[in-house]
Design a protein around this ligand. Structure first.
Ligand code: CP
Length: 305
């Protein structure tokens, strides 16, 4: 039995197979419409979500399976004090696979340890968000045609943004990646990540002004300031609009640069940018369904369709 806790749980060859499968699902959806007949996915979300939970639900439904779950810790027995370990033991009796989001870092790992079914980390605190990373990598591969040799700017809340942490860890395994970290001082990427990049001799720079590096970027990964992880409202209010991507800033970028964003967006990309053909974030959300379908099939051992 296999879980997905981190984007590093799959090596690059396995990722290629997963992305090829996602591509085949996109092109030939009818082939997979009954692949999960009789299977049940449990979505255990202790933290709010639109894309991750609903794309998992859409993925399992499109595979012919069914979905059970909760979308709020307060509507589960967590509100009565039940541990994640006990919950997953019970969910293992009801479902064949589980996607879990939790505000505590490492909680899905605790669940995986006690689980009798595959557990997918659907986001744990400010730590990791591996299925968002699968979505991001599939988007880059599909729209750029490769996962190597590019300069990527990651902009916004690089301290608390778990999608950023997961994506950096996944990208360091590909050749020729250069990182530009664009953030205010207070929201810099954590030291453990910059230490890892130095150890691996992977080029990176940290800058404050987006405009200064815009012409260099092949990819711009925008992120929202993570209000829910701030200790005080005053700091959040001061930093929340630090970056706003506008059509004027897009003028500085390469003609084939892509703008990605895990979403939800708050104010960091102006809605006028949505019309720019380089804006790929809604396409990215669509790819999230295909890659989660491929992931469910892979973890359930149902890839021979
Ligand atoms: N990208 C993402 O994780 O979105 P949700 O929080 O809506 O699931």
């Amino acid at each position: 039995m296999r879980h997905l806790m981190s984007p590093l749980d799959f090596d690059t060859k396995e990722l290629d197979e997963l992305f090829d499968l996602a591509r085949d699902i996109e092109v030939n959806p009818e082939k997979y419409a009954h692949a999960c007949d009789g299977k049940i996915l449990a979505t255990c979300f202790y933290e709010p979500s639109t894309r991750t939970r609903l794309s998992f639900e859409s993925a399992m439904t499109r595979l012919g399976g069914r979905v059970i779950g909760f979308s709020d810790a307060n509507s589960s027995s967590a509100a009565k004090g039940e541990s994640v370990s006990d919950t997953i033991r019970v969910i293992s009796c009801y479902a064949d696979i589980c996607a879990m989001r939790h505000p505590k870092e490492g909680a899905p790992m605790v669940a995986a340890d006690k689980s009798l079914i595959p557990v997918i980390n659907a986001g744990d605190g400010g730590h990791q968000h591996p299925t968002q990373t699968l979505t991001d990598l599939l988007t880059i591969r599909n729209l750029k045609g490769r996962l190597d040799h590019f300069t990527i700017g990651l902009c916004g809340d690089l301290k608390f943004g778990r999608t950023v942490h997961s994506l950096i860890h996944a990208l360091v395994r590909y050749e020729g990646i250069r990182f530009l970290f664009i953030s205010p001082e207070e929201l810099r990427v954590p030291d453990y990540i910059t230490d890892m990049l130095r150890e691996k001799n992977i080029p990176f720079e940290e800058v404050i002004r987006l405009e200064d590096v815009m012409p260099e970027l092949d990819l711009l990964y925008m992120t929202r300031v993570q209000k829910e992880r701030f200790f005080n409202e005053e700091d959040y209010v001061r930093l929340k609009d630090f970056y706003i991507l506008t059509p004027a800033k897009m003028e500085l970028a390469k003609k084939d640069m892509l703008v990605l964003h895990p979403l939800p967006r708050v104010n960091e990309i102006s809605v006028e940018v949505d019309e720019d053909p380089r804006a790929a974030y809604f396409k990215q959300a669509q790819y999230g369904v295909y890659v989660r379908m491929a992931l469910i099939l892979t973890l359930l051992g149902l890839t021979n369709q």
